[in-house]
Design a protein around this ligand. Structure first.
Ligand SMILES: Nc1ncnc2c1ncn2[C@@H]1O[C@H](COP(=O)(O)OP(=O)(O)OP(=O)(O)O)[C@@H](O)[C@H]1O
Ligand SMILES: [Mg+2]
Length: 261
């Protein structure tokens, strides 16, 4: 090789935009219910956005539109500058680029932990099995469940399963991770072990959209809080601003309920 400082891909020649996920004027209905109303939301690379709001305000639906588990009626969603693909292999790749962790652990029950974290890498990312397994083991170690690799999901605690779900998403090297109330089905003593993994991910620079009622996490990990009510983004602010000085009555009311039970 010559003396030049090597192998930069062509894409590196153009500086990547800081915007990673861009929703523009997104609308969605479920029948008569206008569940997402003129949603504009831009998430920068490396940004951690916590979405909060009352039950039924559209938080899960918003998340699900970003990896096209739900279609939209109008508007535009782009990841890394590209509109969401409609179907086929492109869609499978999108689902890998946009990792998602739900409230329920939804691991494959009849596959081992290691297989759960290996499968997608082989099928979607076309990685060879040995490399995929090595990576899976490293990720399972990273989230603290390396010793469980050969067990089945039902043999693990909820907190452990949820950390496996995070490892499985990370194995695909996602551009962004969506978390929809990842700790709300967990017993209290398991919540922190999952939040700690998420905190570390945030510190490592992962772009994250997190729907959660864990206000401690929002305060310490979020760059921005997005408050939704009735299908609209009502307020966006830094956690400090939002928690100390919410502007809208809806947010004030919501915070008084969750902070003082
Ligand atoms: N598949 C569906 N078909 C019809 N209505 C739906 C569907 N999914 C969600 N909804 C409705 O859309 C609204 C928003 O639901 P969504 O699950 O996005 O709210 P949420 O903010 O995540 O609430 P929660 O805090 O309870 O999880 C609710 O009124 C819900 O009943
Ligand atoms: Mg929800």
């Amino acid at each position: 090789m010559s003396g030049v400082s090597v192998t930069k891909g062509a894409e590196d020649a153009v500086p990547a935009s800081t915007d990673l996920v861009v929703l523009s004027n997104v609308n969605k209905h479920f029948g008569a219910l206008h569940v997402l109303q003129d949603i504009d939301l831009t998430i920068a690379r490396g940004e951690v956005v916590v979405v909060i709001g009352p039950s039924g305000s559209g938080k899960s639906t918003l998340c699900r539109t970003i990896n096209r588990l739900e279609t939209i009626d109008s508007g535009d969603i782009r990841i890394d500058g590209k509109p969401l693909p409609q179907e086929g292999k492109e869609l499978a790749r999108l689902r890998a680029d946009v990792g998602m962790v739900f409230q329920s652990f939804n691991l494959f029950a009849h596959k081992t932990i290691l297989e759960n974290v290996t499968l997608g890498q082989v099928k979607v990312r076309k990685m060879d099995k040995k490399t995929a397994e090595e990576k899976a083991r490293a990720l399972l170690d990273r989230v603290g469940v390396g010793a469980q690799a050969d067990k089945y999901p039902a043999q693990l605690s909820g907190g452990q399963q949820q950390r496996v779900a995070i490892a499985r998403a990370l194995a695909m090297e996602p551009k962004v991770m969506l978390f929809d109330e990842p700790t709300s089905a967990l017993d209290p003593e398991m919540i922190n072990e999952v939040l700690e993994v998420m905190q570390q991910l945030a510190r490592d620079g992962m772009t994250m959209v997190v729907v959660t009622h864990e206000m401690g996490f929002a305060r310490s990990a979020a760059n921005r809080v997005v408050f939704m009510a009735d299908g609209k983004i009502v307020e966006e602010a830094t956690p400090d601003q939002f928690f100390s000085n919410p502007r809208s009555d809806r947010a004030k009311d919501f915070l008084s309920k969750i902070l003082h039970h």
